[in-house]
Write a protein that binds this ligand. Structure first.
Ligand code: SAM
Ligand code: SF4
Length: 472
């Protein structure tokens, strides 16, 4: 197979070398325990892994080595991210779409969904509901076809979200998951103050990509894979990549993702801010979604999370409500650093609480409201965090990595996690969640360094006397 290469609008080259991936996979089908343990020892130093080392870990089937893989991932996760877990909610603004992605309920020919693009008033209403639940970050999601205004519809939606307040709350960071744009359009998105631009390649395997995307602009593999180059060229330095697991062999996808990351690091000095790990879920009018051609088992899914944690230790891993509470719980320890909670995947889903109405994109695995997720996460020993400080202080892209890599970011993140968690408890939590949360904060303070305790106590005091949005 030939190397898959392409140029973005401004000449940037992204190359997924399928031949090399297949060679590495073929030569690492079985790796001996000595090699695997060497790789795990290297991974424990937080230095990341190369493709061959990743392939060695992917070959693990022996239960003892698997246990060692998970233990190493747990340790690295704990050392870098501590017990914080960032929470967000998706906001679906439109399910209009001109593409035919065979796995998605929003595809153009799907008759099973009612088409809907929310008005700005409806977007404000949905935002108010999310604010009143206690959310501080949202991810705007839309199909690839906008109402008459075009991209301006999305830009207006972002402005609407930022301008909507309710009580003491507001959304402080808007991320977006939108079809690829030109450099000029990305500049407009940047000017609208987005946090992360997120886009999943779905599959890096060109032939599978062609089979899954049969009509519409998304057919163009090259335009999609070069989107992050254009976004970064336009000055968006927090980008989020992902694969839709289940479309092709997950091992190929993970190595291809490593190549994509290496490309961005070589060209821009910094890789993606986040990686998302969606697994294909059943969707209206989609046979593929109910019978994934390369279904990923729960155990392999955990392996993916653990290996990514070790391969790119400073890149956030996002898990959505596609997964069941049980899988989510297990994956937090292995490497997940952000989760969605209380989600609806139909435009208007928060106002019309019809759970999985016939406008939903796919079935959810976790139906619990935010309050329940927060309580569960805190009971499991994590600190639910609503922090948005880095982005608002300009600690993004390279600046974020410069702080994150020596571990200095913890001095900021842990105190900020506690103060935003306390805001949530004071303003939105049920009495049961509040009790669990207060106990969790007290325990967390006991595990912190003296300087972190000093900073945290100052922030917590400010929140208790009524100040909001305090961070370092
Ligand atoms: N329309 C844009 C696009 O396709 O990039 C952005 C929004 S799209 C709704 C967001 C993501 O939903 C897609 O990238 C895809 O990975 C995911 N998705 C679609 N169908 C899914 C399914 N059946 N199960 C899980 N995720 C799905
Ligand atoms: Fe449209 Fe995105 Fe769904 Fe494809 S995945 S049909 S582009 S909304």
């Amino acid at each position: 197979m030939k190397a898959q290469s392409t140029s973005s609008q401004t000449g940037a080259t992204v190359a997924i070398n399928a031949e090399q991936i297949e060679h590495i996979l073929a030569t690492h089908r079985r790796c001996d325990a000595v090699l695997v343990r060497e790789v795990l020892a290297k991974a424990a130093e937080h230095k990341g892994l190369d493709a061959r080392q990743v392939a060695a870990l992917m070959s693990i089937s022996d239960p003892e080595l698997l246990h060692e893989l998970f233990e190493t991932a747990r340790k690295v996760k704990q050392e870098i991210y501590g017990s914080r877990l960032v929470l967000f909610a998706p906001l679906y603004i439109s399910n209009l779409c001109s593409n035919e992605c065979l796995y998605c309920a929003f595809r153009a020919k799907s008759k099973g969904v009612k088409r809907r693009a929310l008005t700005q008033e409806e977007i404000a209403r949905e935002t108010r509901i999310l604010v009143e639940q206690g959310h501080k970050r949202i991810l705007i999601v839309a199909g690839e076809s906008y109402p008459r205004e075009g991209l301006k519809y999305v830009l207006d939606a972002i402005e609407t979200v930022y301008n909507t307040r309710s009580g003491r709350g507001e959304i402080r960071r808007v991320n977006v998951n939108l079809a690829p744009l030109s450099v000029d359009e990305f500049r407009q998105l940047k000017a609208a103050n987005i946090g992360t631009y997120q886009l999943f390649q779905e599959t890096y395997h060109r032939e599978t990509y062609a089979q899954m995307h049969v009509a519409g602009p998304k057919k163009d593999y090259d335009w999609r894979i070069s989107a992050m180059d254009r976004a970064m060229e336009a000055g968006i330095d927090d980008v989020g990549i992902g694969v839709l697991f289940g479309l092709f062999d997950w091992r190929f996808e993970v190595l291809a993702m490593m190549q994509h990351i290496a490309h961005l690091e070589a060209k821009f000095g910094v890789g993606p801010h986040t990686i998302s790990v969606p697994r294909l879920e059943p969707a209206v009018d989609s046979v593929i979604a109910s019978q994934p051609p390369h279904a990923v088992s729960d155990i392999d899914f955990r392996k993916i999370v653990a290996i990514l944690r070790l391969a790119v230790p400073y890149t956030g891993i996002i898990m959505s409500t596609r997964e069941t509470p049980n899988i989510r719980r297990e994956s937090f320890a292995l490497g997940v650093s952000q989760i969605s909670a209380g989600s609806r995947t139909n435009p208007g889903g928060y106002s019309h609480d019809d759970n999985e109405g016939d406008e939903s994109q796919f079935q959810l695995g976790d139906h619990r409201p935010l309050d329940e997720v927060v309580r569960d996460v805190a009971e499991l020993g994590y600190i639910p965090s609503f922090c948005t400080a880095c982005y608002r202080l300009g600690r993004t892209g390279q600046d974020f990595m410069d702080l994150a890599k020596p571990g200095d970011i913890k001095e900021h993140c842990d105190p900020n996690a506690l103060s935003t968690f306390l805001e949530y408890l004071e303003d939105y939590a049920s009495p049961a969640t509040r009790a669990v949360g207060e106990k969790r904060i007290a325990e967390a303070l006991q595990q912190m360094s003296a300087s972190q305790v000093r900073t945290s106590e100052q922030l917590l005091k400010s929140v208790r006397i009524g100040e909001r949005d305090v961070f370092v």
